[in-house]
Design a protein. Sequence first.
Length: 458
Amino acid sequence: MANIAFIQNRLGRTDGVSLEVDKWRCILEKKGHTVFYLSGNDDVAGNIVIPELYAAHPWTAKILRNASVALTDYPNEAELEMDIYALSDVIEEKLLDCIKTYALDVLVPNNLCSGGYQPAAGIALHRVIRKTGLRTIIHSHDFYFEDSGEVRATCQTVQSIYDRYFPCKLPNVQHVLINRLAQRELKQRKNIDSLVVPNVFDFDQKPWKEDDYNCDFRFSLGIAADDLVFLQATRILDRKGIELAIDTVAELGKDLYRNKLFGVSTAAGGVFSSSSRIILLCAGIVETIGISAMYWENLKNKAASLGVDLVQASEYVAHSRHVRDDGRKIYSLWDSYVASDFVTYPSVWEGWGNQFVEALFAKLPVLLFKYPVYISDLEDKQFEVISLGNTIAGHDEHGLVTVDHKIIVKCATEIVEVLTNPILRKHMVEHNYKMAKSHFSFINLEEYIDILLGNADI
């Protein structure tokens, strides 16, 4: 049996990478391997912490900001380059110490060697993998060269680091990607072969239901039992397209639609009435990385201008349930699904679609923008969704995306039809559950992991 370390800037959170690593860990531990989490965040018990891996670490954040947003804190790119390599020296030394201390046999970096947020970590991992010869599975959920718009090299020095190290090409490395678009692009750009392993979900677990712990979820957030809740479970980040969910909920707030929703039963056992609200519940963390640190402020302003009730719940939602030292009850991400009536998934770019599959497990209907990877890797499974289409009409003055208003009207009409027709709703969610379970269950992931372990003689 092997000692296997997952390495990422943060682990044990509610972001897609953390959740997917949890699934790999579950399968590997079932097979008898010992799994370690090596990350930059120190807020999760059991993690081995290298602080400089964390994107919010002051040194790392400064480099990130200047490498991928704007070169403002260094007099020139040569000074930035020196700082990147100085940080990589620190991370390399700490990685080597962890390998020795915990007798690690296999390294599984997630996104640190591909996304481009932490050039120093990518360099350090390349050195460590080359020097130690350890069997390595580089799991890339995102790449710096993709159309997500999150990372843009600010100078030639950073671009050259990306081109050389992201991801590294070494004989002891296997590459795992999460979609076919990235697989084709990686082969074309770097001549690197890879295995596509789709993200999965544990469809064998018990259904999420209201219980003694989560029964007050809505109450904690000031949401009434009679309110309709549209859940945005993703992180709050530019490419998530949350503004399209706001547009749709705003349309639903018009009397034309509201009046048709009277009498609809809510997830909390209430009944929608003239005094009820339509809530857009954002359960994910607000990211300050990416192109625009103003994204959340812009969303709040847009929601206010359109009269949309926007509730941000990240201070109440975490990876798992617990009670804080100050007595505040923290709910799991899954609890937010239990409290919701509909899921919005309007991302304009996703590496895969974790929250989409979670919604299918929760048997909730979904409003979806057909982002490129959905079209390439998921649409052939014939899921039934309320579609925002696949074409962005443009951007407003704050950079928020827009679609043709006729599409918003169509979606609002279809949402009302689903919510007011229990037979239609049941058919939709049961069909989606069945298709997702057949293609994206743990048993599918276990087959892929067996291939990777066999290739590495583990």
